[in-house]
Design a binder for this molecule. Structure first.
Ligand code: LCS
Length: 396
């Protein structure tokens, strides 16, 4: 059986939540239940499981023991009612939207979210009569002004991809709840080691587990963690049918990565702090945005809301796009690739890559300038990363 881990520290929880010896064999590492379906002993048992009057697994799209461990692990750290694993972060978002929104509803979102999160809402959910307004949610009054009578959801991403701008979760929750509006937080950039939106009053947390939670750049996965039983059941009933489920092997890999979440997040953060300080004084850098720097406009909020500034940095090279491209083409130890939150440092150019599908005017309005470079600092020795960036700057 699962230990009671509620009173333990987050780093201990990451190792023990959802982790217990297999009851049948004593295996300490969780078995991979690589099966699509589960046998019933008789018709009454099958009928009972479908009716929900009997516990047990039915079919992997609707639940699986390996996936259930991962759902328990992430939900425990996020202080949620339960977890719903999905095949990608995008599936976590779309499943949640399908579950909580109806035709005619309206959503208010962070203007600088992961590009496809915004595109799927503006381009695709709009086809089903769901309207949206994306605003600078770092200004709570902009959220208040955007709320309409038909608004049902505020969707925030903090720190935001790729601007690293923060949103005050408590302030947004207060405004949204005044209007009976739910708050969904994409907690991908912080991970539950650094930020727990449900504790701050949010209703639902989602993750691209492709990033920090798995942490090894070898899995695409997502997770939804609602705060209440009612929301959990509402989203689960849609999750069963939209087919956004996870594969057991994918879950096993993410569960393995999860055990070192705290170690990885803290190690990467230590490197990121040093690297950001180094970048801030670099003669070829126009500006740097990292919540651990006193120069970050929301440095104080990051200290209040987060347990650390994380390991994502955005900056611009003097000379804009052309100079930035030269830098990106010159790194050797860092990898020029999208994604983030893995043990290896990745560097990319959001306007031409992750956020290329956004309208150019929306990108500029969201603070994603043409020269912006995003760096996900990994767990390498920071001196090696600095040396790599310096030799790349020498080419600029
Ligand atoms: N939310 C955030 C904050 C993300 O950064 C991403 C992916 C997603 C959701 C979607 O998750 P996925 O379906 O990819 O698991 N972000 C990416 C990025 O910045 N580069 O490549 C993917």
């Amino acid at each position: 059986m699962s230990h009671d881990v509620k009173h333990l520290s987050r780093s201990t929880q990451a190792i023990h939540a959802g982790q217990y010896a297999d009851e049948a064999t004593g295996a300490v590492a969780p078995p991979i239940f690589q099966t699509s379906t589960f046998a019933f002993t008789d018709c009454a048992q099958g009928a009972g499981r479908f009716a929900g009057t009997e516990d047990g697994f039915i079919y992997t799209r609707m639940g699986n023991p390996t996936i259930a461990r991962l759902e328990e692990a992430v939900s425990t750290l996020e202080c949620g009612y339960g977890g719903l694993a999905t095949g990608s972060g995008m599936a976590a978002l779309t499943t949640t939207l399908f579950a909580v929104l109806n035709q005619g509803d309206h959503l208010v979102g962070t203007s600088s979210v992961y590009g496809p999160s915004r595109v799927v809402i503006e381009r695709d959910f709009s086809r089903f009569g769901i309207a949206s307004t994306f605003v600078d949610t770092s200004n709570p009054e902009a959220v208040r002004a955007a709320i309409r009578p038909e608004t049902k959801l505020v969707f925030i991403e903090t720190p935001a991809n790729p601007t690293i701008v923060l949103t005050d979760i408590t302030a947004i929750v207060e405004i949204a709840h005044e209007h009976g509006v739910l708050v969904l937080v994409d907690n991908t950039f912080a991970s539950p080691i650094l930020q727990r939106p449900l504790e701050l009053g949010a209703d639902i947390v989602m993750h691209s587990m492709t990033k920090f939670i798995n942490g090894h750049t070898d899995v695409v996965a997502g997770m939804i963690v609602p705060k209440t039983e009612a929301l959990f059941k509402k989203i689960r009933s849609v999750h069963f049918y939209v087919g956004a489920c996870m594969d057991p092997h994918q879950a096993w890999l993410a569960l393995r990565g999860f055990k070192t979440l705290s170690l990885r997040v803290l190690a990467a953060q230590e490197g990121a702090q040093k690297l950001a300080q180094w970048l801030e004084y670099h003669e070829k850098v126009e500006w740097v945005r990292y919540p651990g720097l006193a120069s970050h406009p929301q440095h104080e909020l990051s200290q209040r809301q987060m347990d650390g500034p994380g390991s994502l940095i955005s900056f611009e090279v003097k000379g804009g796009l052309e100079a930035g491209a030269k830098l990106l083409n010159s790194v050797k130890l860092m990898t020029l690739a999208v994604s983030l939150g893995g043990v290896e440092s990745l560097i990319q150019h959001p306007p031409s890559m992750t956020h290329a599908t956004m309208r150019p005017e929306d990108r500029i309005e969201a603070g994603i300038s043409d020269g912006l470079v995003r760096l996900s600092v990994g767990c390498e020795d920071v001196e090696d990363l600095i040396a790599d960036l310096q030799q790349a700057f020498d080419q600029v």
